[in-house]
Design a protein around this ligand. Structure first.
Ligand code: 13P
Length: 259
């Protein structure tokens, strides 16, 4: 895969007017990035989605949400359905971020239900997986990722898996400034792709996009994306400013071109 897929996860940052201003600032900075080189996605909070979809219209910036509920509608106070997201005009949705697993009780089963709801509505899931520090030091990284993948992707066809985005985000690297080295990340991405090949077939493994996430910034994006199995990034902090996000996108493209 010669292009990169870079998504900014804004987390609980940016009101509607702040989000609109960020996208307005980002648009000219990435206007020259062609779609054969990169997909650029921003994922604002729910209340900021409509303003950002409007601001991004006609540009090369696509929009995603940060969560989705699995039910069509009903008594789920505080939740947002696939139809609600579709109507805002978003194309993507992040599912199973480690912060949702850690603070909001997300499990592989609920991830799986959300993935199916997103797919049924024609939304593209960005499914997050990753091990904690304790799991890595305990040599359990592969076991943890295999469990998350098997549970999260249960019941999906190889063809569907080929169209997915997975985000490998080591929990110990999120917001800490501690990035996995490109070699360490590549080794894990390689494991993930092999797992997909074994479970879902070669076509799924070749098609699935595997992003790296966890303190990715303009300074390390090229080295990370130069790795064969790293197809882009899911970015937190560095996505909150137009210049750093645009710079990161360009570095990621350069890294991939040199790969
Ligand atoms: P940081 O880039 O701030 O480490 O966050 C990564 C992340 O969690 C993206 O989903």
């Amino acid at each position: 895969m010669s292009k990169v897929v870079i998504a900014g996860n804004w987390k609980m940052n940016k009101t509607a007017s702040e989000g609109k201003a960020l996208v307005e600032a980002l648009k000219p900075l990435v206007a020259d990035v062609c779609s054969s080189k990169a997909d650029i996605i921003v994922c604002p909070p729910f209340t900021t989605l409509s303003a950002v979809v409007e601001a991004a219209a006609g540009s090369n910036i696509k929009v995603g949400a940060q969560n989705i509920h699995w039910a069509e509608s009903g008594a789920f106070t505080g939740e947002i359905s696939a139809a609600m997201l579709k109507e805002t005009g978003v194309e993507y949705v992040i599912i199973g971020h480690s912060e949702r697993r850690q603070y909001f009780g997300e499990t592989d089963q609920t991830v799986n239900a959300r993935v199916k709801a997103a797919l049924a509505a024609g939304l593209k899931p960005i499914i997050c997986i990753g091990e904690t520090d304790e799991e890595r030091t305990g040599n359990r990284t592969e076991e943890v990722l295999a469990t998350q993948l098997a549970g999260g992707l249960e019941g999906l066809s190889g063809e569907t898996v080929a169209s997915l985005i997975l985000a490998y985000e080591p929990v110990w690297a999120i917001g800490t400034g501690k990035t996995a080295t490109p070699e360490m990340a590549e080794e894990t991405h390689c494991f993930i792709r092999k797992f997909i090949a074994d479970k879902f077939g070669a076509e799924a493994a070749a098609g699935v996009v595997i992003q790296y996430g966890g303190s990715m910034k303009p300074e390390n994006a090229a080295a990370l994306c130069s790795q064969a199995d790293i197809n882009g990034g899911l970015i937190g902090g560095a996505a909150l400013k137009a210049d750093s996000f645009a710079n990161l996108v360009k570095q990621a493209i350069e890294g991939k071109a040199g790969c």
